[in-house]
Ligand binder design. Sequence first.
Ligand code: B12
Ligand code: SF4
Ligand code: SF4
Length: 415
Amino acid sequence: MYVDDSTQRFDANDLPVHADLVRRLALDAGFAEAGLTALPHAAEVRDADRFEQWVNEGRAATMQYLERRRDDGELVRARVTTPFPWAKSAIVCFALYNTAQPRSTDAPGPDAAWIARYAWSSRVDADGTRRPSDYHKVLLKRLKRLELRLHEEFGEFEARAYVDTGPVAERALATAAGLGWIGKNTCLIHPKLGSYGFLAVLLTSLPVAANDARASLTPDRCGTCRRCLDACPTGALIAPYQMDATRCISYLTIEHKGPIASELMEGTGRQVFGCDICQDVCPWNSPLRTPITADPELEARPELVNPALEWLASLDEADFERTFNGSPVRRAGFQGLRRNIAVAMGNSGVQRFAPLLKEWTEATDAGVRAAARWALDKLGPVHTTEVVALRAKTRSDEAEPEGCGGSTVEGENEV
Ligand code: B12
Ligand code: SF4
Ligand code: SF4
């Protein structure tokens, strides 16, 4: 939850912090890369304007936490110095999650779903058991380790650690800290590590050494490339560097509650949780260029790579909890995942899914029902009178899915 820290006062240590020390300590704490910027950073006004425009154009869909304003109308997360006026520096860390597994764009079998790469993560416990890991928890622990080391060096100072869930525009800070550039797909791309990386931010009251106050920025290396824009199946990348989240499969399959608009279901393809397409086609993530992570807490869970739709559909609520407890996939919820599976089944062209979809047309969840009806229709001729009647019902219910106006996700976010 957002906490108004504007009233907090403390005595910051005056010793300045240096970028090379921060980077060394961040790498020791388990990150692949790290950068440092003084706050407010040089592009704060420009980035705040971009953020404000994005929100004002309604691109945030139902993610209301992005639109939170102070009493004076200022957007809380447009500038990091709004909620954290005491912050003098931002340390931004990058954790690579690129594993050797295939890409979503590699030709799969027709009955395979796709779960976004970032959500596969796991670690092997001392007893040899592989367990799901959630990057929020994994990286927050590393940020805390980094903070502790900085306290050993600098004594008392104020700090806040965030991985995804704070009122902080992490990509803007990462750019300011010199970690990479924002690509036309809106992702932060590190010139050596690509964009399959999580961001983690430590805000501190430590001043930055004069020489390091402005990190050297990475130039935009997208050039004339447009692969991500051309590949996005739902037209969510409405222009270079501009994303309309209401159309993004990642939003639709993770954050959006209730029915998915029928005109977006086809484009959703086989994605049942998140979407990697605009990153998979990016040359900066080419397997020839991008290293594979050696991070023991972000290893892939083989069963989540190209999972069979039939297996996912067979999970009941208890299985869902068992399979995804401790994993980011849990955020979609059981019904949300089932809705997405129904959409993917419709897009698969595999007729043997029809009986199950028919069953789901009577589901209690409106999102699952609408998706199952749409999917049956999409699968085409199924020769029973019952299904013909159902198609007629689908058409009369077409008004039901209404863009992205479903129920609101409360609280802070995950990707
Ligand atoms: C909301 C959110 C989403 C939304 C909206 C995404 C979006 N593009 O805005 C949805 C649910 C769709 C989403 C999807 C994903 N997300 Co997300 N998401 C966030 C979250 C919580 C906030 C992002 C936000 O504020 N968006 C609003 C826009 C306006 O802000 P912004 O993207 O930061 O702003 C930059 C652009 O607008 C850009 N810009 C705007 N106009 C222009 C013009 C020009 C010329 C240029 C150069 C730039 C530019 O500059 C801004 C500042 O630098 C962040 C975490 C955080 N707290 O920041 C994670 C985060 C961005 N997500 C992340 C991830 C991993 C994903 C997914 C890959 C997950 C998946 N596989 O499904 C996809 C990627 C989709 C994509 N192409 O972006 C990572 C990104 C890491 C990276 N390397 O970039 C983050 C940082 C989380 C984390 N801690 O690691 N996400
Ligand atoms: S994540 Fe998928 S839907 Fe969203 S912009 Fe990228 S390709 Fe398009
Ligand atoms: S696919 Fe091309 S345009 Fe898109 S982010 Fe990558 S380099 Fe930039």
